[in-house]
Design a protein around this ligand. Sequence first.
Ligand SMILES: [Zn+2]
Ligand SMILES: [Zn+2]
Length: 144
Amino acid sequence: MSTSNDDALAILRDKGLKATTQRIAILEALMSERAHPTAEEIHDALATEHPTISRSTVYETLSRFSEEGILDPLQTGDGVTRFEFHNHPHVNVVCIECQQIADVDSDHITPFLEHVRDETPWQVLDQQVKLRGLCHACKATKQP
Ligand SMILES: [Zn+2]
Ligand SMILES: [Zn+2]
């Protein structure tokens, strides 16, 4: 068993979720890369290795994982939900033209979240930070 398989298993057990082969495969797919795939993309990526996996299984699993806080759903401007594994605080930058999402890490994010937690009356439940703008490629086509 690979490390990520063990990790996925541990997360499902921790949340009291039944660790089916398909759930493990979906979680592993999201843990292994810092992409922000759609349900459709996750389904297509898994379909070769798991031909019996249905779209509805993928959709249901993603929504269950999101409810449990395992995944963060991300809304971009095109009405499609993208998902990422809830790993560490970072900022998502979303391109308003091509809808691509990139992660930006910064040492300032954790202190900022701690500031909100400790010095404001707010109990933070979701710490998704999102900026919208133009990616490098779209910026280049907009400004000839
Ligand atoms: Zn773009
Ligand atoms: Zn991200």
